[in-house]
Design a protein around this ligand. Structure first.
Ligand code: PHE
Ligand code: ZN
Length: 853
């Protein structure tokens, strides 16, 4: 019954949604754990759902060996397929009992029940529960779970509250009805970092972070982040925690970042374990954000879940939005906004302008795992941000209260979500809803006139065709605008223009001089602003804009334009821009973190993206060369400024991963990169030799490798950290990212042969091959060696781990943008992957969509 021939990939459509024909009254599961042969006993009460359409009784189930099945105590013989079972059932309520056998030790896909370093753990989102037992594995089927775990592992955890335990067993009961994707079980030899939290209403909650012995000294930061998140959600959204216990478990082998299982969050160990010696500032910030994200899901995702997987953005867009708010509050709001936009442009824009483009709420899929995308998450969060901007803060929180009130315990839809806003604000959101159904990045062009003290802005929107979508309608685009007078004072504070037509004009009266507009402040909508303007205007904004995002944006535009001129016209660096930037860098009233961001420019792939948007064929070598030339020029230009900035960036206090110190270290890191171009690695070597935290150590190592001086340091670093798997991931990735492009490919290839490389650990695979795929000039080597190496490894990984393989195929999503040579090389690799025998459904869908470009 296990070896059914896989059927051809099936497409699932949003429009076909039908409710399940039964409700699940309760679920009792018993696990008898054994690596090769775990038995799962299920006792489930079903009752006919009065309003559901008539249907056969079908339960999902994959890769299960059915031992026995009973209905109301009588043995039955269900009809089995590779997807599940059907069986005839009584007209009324009945008890379903099934015993199945699974082999967690053989589960390399890391979906369902699997083993990681001898520890049992589960991953059920999106459709992994069907690999544990037969069940209606869909998010709109919610039930109360009681779980008994039998086995000799000292620690045995599941969702909800512990109810009983003794020699060889533990029992858990989760009183909150939940979909199966939120089920979790963990059993192993684990140690905990305990704490407690008293909620506003006085509930005493036990908190634990569970880790492998030896990692207990890396939990304190995560625990603080958890308590901060719990407090923040009470204060800002009025949401309290709802169980007696909250457990977090760190797992080494995990496909994603972390998972919000009810009361038992499971984390990729890279997203929870932290110490100054082994984690960078960026790691700390990310860990804090992910802990918050998963915790916030308790309300946005768990208490209110999704009706079906098309509604994924209902929980993910909102929860990303909430975690961004949290990070803005506990760190720096301007810095966080800039960081978010950098990520959006780097990941979501290319996705939305290529073959993988899809709406925030997709309308069809083959494999839902392929839709955990930047569009659903990051653009989904931007949509919430726009909604909040349009209705205002007060109305937003009022609407959220209504949402929690009205839909607590529901599996909801985007329609439900928008209805709440319509009901509480009286606003018609039908046009706004297009943000959920129309894919693509809208473009907004700007014209201006000034006459008799009246300044007029004319905005025109246009949404290019995308994969499977043409003839787009105009969307509601909130464009936040401020006006500056030529002397630099703000004459009109930020106002939000609502662009709803294809073309629309907005006027500002009573001005004495033609103002300079600061457009799309705070990046108020996820669009491309097409404004042809002078470099002087941008330089002016760089010097005077009161909106910190747009000040940064002006600099980024200037950096981009400078590089584009160097690439396309062979121009030299733009001295006027650099002079203005110098002033900003010298301004020690500005946050070091902000100045560090000012030192960053568009990445090579950002430049490729802009070149493509403007009708050019990006040349990866030319992009790389121009970026290197500009960096060298800047280093020489700032030879006197660098030591001064380095001094400002110095931290004398004991290490803390807070916003202030990490801002300084970020500035110091950017300065060291330039300094290394002048001193050949002297300063970097000194920093490497004395560093007492990973941020400084790794920063120095990267510069040494970049300067061609890194081999000894790489060896030292290896010896120091070879037993720490998370630090070793950094070692794998760093050298690939820091070597010149051609060497990076051969180094990546060599590293896949290293004794510490393994295909079985997604972190290690991503550290190595992801570093290659993320290094534009290396991946796009004209001889195709980068493409070839990645596809070789993806083909090998597909049998083990389809989910990670499929996600990493997106490295090829921009293939049609490049020259004929690179196009045909990439196409050949995509076809080679596509032709692999027994290609997984995940990878097949991704490669087919990409090839369809
Ligand atoms: N739901 C998780 C999150 O965003 C992500 C995830 C999806 C993890 C699928 C595992 C599998 O928080
Ligand atoms: Zn999430």
């Amino acid at each position: 019954m296990k070896d059914q021939a896989p059927t051809a990939p099936q497409t699932v459509y949003l429009k076909d949604y039908t409710p399940f024909g039964w409700t699940v009254e309760d679920v009792h599961l018993t696990f008898r754990l054994a690596p090769e042969s775990t038995r799962v006993l299920a006792r489930i009460h079903f009752a006919p759902a009065p309003d559901a359409p008539k249907q056969d009784f079908f339960l999902h189930g994959e890769e299960l060996t059915l031992i026995s099945a009973k209905i109301d105590g009588v043995a039955v013989q269900p009809a089995l397929t590779a997807q599940g079972l059907t069986v005839s059932v009584p007209d009324g309520p009945f008890l379903w009992e099934a015993e199945v056998e699974i082999a967690p030790i053989k589960n390399t896909a890391l979906e369902g029940l699997y083993m990681s370093n001898g520890m049992y753990c589960t991953q059920c989102e999106a459709e992994g529960f069907r690999k544990i037992t037969y069940y209606p594995d869909r998010p709109d089927v919610m039930s109360v779970f009681t779980v008994r775990i039998e086995g000799d592992a000292p620690v045995k955890l599941s969702n909800g509250n512990p109810t009983d335990s003794g020699e060889g067993f533990a029992e858990w009961h989760d009183p909150w009805p939940k979909p199966a994707y939120l089920f979790a079980l963990v059993a192993g030899d684990l140690v905990n970092h305990p704490d407690r939290f008293i909620t506003t209403s006085g509930k005493d909650v036990e908190l634990n972070i569970w880790v492998r012995p030896g990692d207990e000294n890396k939990c304190a930061f995560g625990m603080e982040a958890l308590k901060k998140s719990m407090r923040w959600d009470e204060e800002v959204y009025g949401r309290e925690y709802d169980l007696d216990i909250f457990n977090i478990v760190a797992v080494d082998d995990f496909n994603m970042g972390a998972m919000e299982n009810k009361g038992l969050n499971i984390f990729n160990s890279s997203c929870v374990l932290a110490s100054p010696e082994t984690s960078t500032d960026a790691n700390f910030e990310r860990i804090e954000a992910i802990i918050a994200h998963e915790y916030f899901h308790n309300w946005t995702g768990n208490r209110i879940t999704c009706r079906d997987w098309f509604q994924l953005c209902l929980k993910e867009g909102l929860t990303v939005y909430r975690d961004s708010q949290f990070t803005s509050d506990v760190r720096s709001a301007p810095v966080k906004r800039i960081e978010d936009v950098i990520v959006l442009r780097a990941r979501q824009f290319p996705e939305d302008q290529g073959p993988l483009s899809h709406p925030v709420r997709p309308e069809s899929f083959q494999e839902i795992n392929n839709f955990y995308t930047a569009t659903v998450y990051e653009k989904g969060a931007e949509v919430i941000g726009m909604l909040k901007l349009l209705v205002g803060d007060e109305a937003y929180y009022k609407a959220l209260d209504l949402y929690f009130d009205r839909h607590d315990g529901d599996a909801a839809t985007i329609e439900d979500w928008l209805q709440v806003f319509e009901d509480s604000t009286g606003r018609d959101l039908s046009q706004f809803k297009l943000w959920y159904s129309q894919s693509g990045t809208p473009r907004v062009a700007v014209d201006e006139t000034f006459e008799d003290g009246r300044y007029t802005l004319t905005l025109r929107q246009h949404s290019p065709d995308t994969a499977n979508q043409t003839d787009k309608k105009p969307q509601v685009i909130p464009v936040a605008v401020g006006l500056l007078s030529p002397d630099g004072t703000e004459v009109a504070p930020t106002t939000v223009l609502e662009l709803t037509e294809n073309e629309q004009s907005f006027t500002f009266d009573g001005l004495t001089e033609k103002p300079v507009p600061s457009l799309l402040r705070g990046f108020s909508a996820p669009i491309v602003l097409e404004r042809t303007t002078t470099a002087q205007e941008k330089t002016f904004l760089l010097a005077h804009d009161t909106d910190s995002f747009n000040r940064w944006e002006a600099n980024r535009d200037l950096a981009r334009d400078c590089l584009l001129a160097m690439i396309v016209e062979g121009a030299g660096p733009d001295q006027d821009w650099l002079d203005s930037l110098t002033k900003v860098l010298r301004d020690d009233t500005l946050d070091p973190a902000y100045r560090a961001l000012m030192l960053g420019g568009p990445s090579n792939s950002d430049l490729a993206q802009v070149l493509f948007e403007r009708g050019h064929t990006p040349d990866p070598d030319a992009i790389y060369d121009a970026s290197e030339t500009l960096a060298q020029y800047r280093a020489e230009l700032w030879v006197d400024l660098l030591p001064r900035l380095a001094a400002e960036a110095r931290v004398t206090a004991p290490y803390a991963p807070d916003a202030e110190q990490s801002g300084k270290r970020a500035l110091g890191g950017a300065v060291l990169a330039l300094q290394t171009r002048l001193d050949g690695g002297k300063a970097a070597q000194a920093q490497f030799d004395t560093a007492d935290n990973m941020t400084l150590q790794l920063g120095a190592l990267a510069q040494l490798v970049r300067a061609g001086q890194g081999e000894a340091a790489l060896a030292t670093f290896y010896d120091q950290w070879k037993d720490d798997r998370l630090v070793m991931d950094k070692w794998f990735g760093l050298q690939i990212g820091a070597l010149p492009p051609a060497e990076a490919v051969s180094r990546a290839s060599a590293l896949t042969e290293h004794a510490d490389f393994t295909m079985r650990n997604p972190n290690r695979f991503r550290a190595t091959l992801g570093a290659l795929a993320g290094y534009h000039a290396a991946f796009h080597q004209a001889d195709g060696s980068g493409y070839r190496l990645l596809s070789d490894k993806l083909i090998a990984l597909d049998d083990l781990n389809p989910q990670t393989t499929a996600r990493m195929c997106s490295a090829f999503q921009t293939w049609t943008r490049y020259d004929d040579n690179r196009r045909s090389l990439m196409k050949a690799e995509l076809e080679r992957i596509k032709a692999k025998p027994k290609l997984s459904r995940d990878t097949d869908e991704m490669v087919s969509r990409i090839l369809n470009a």
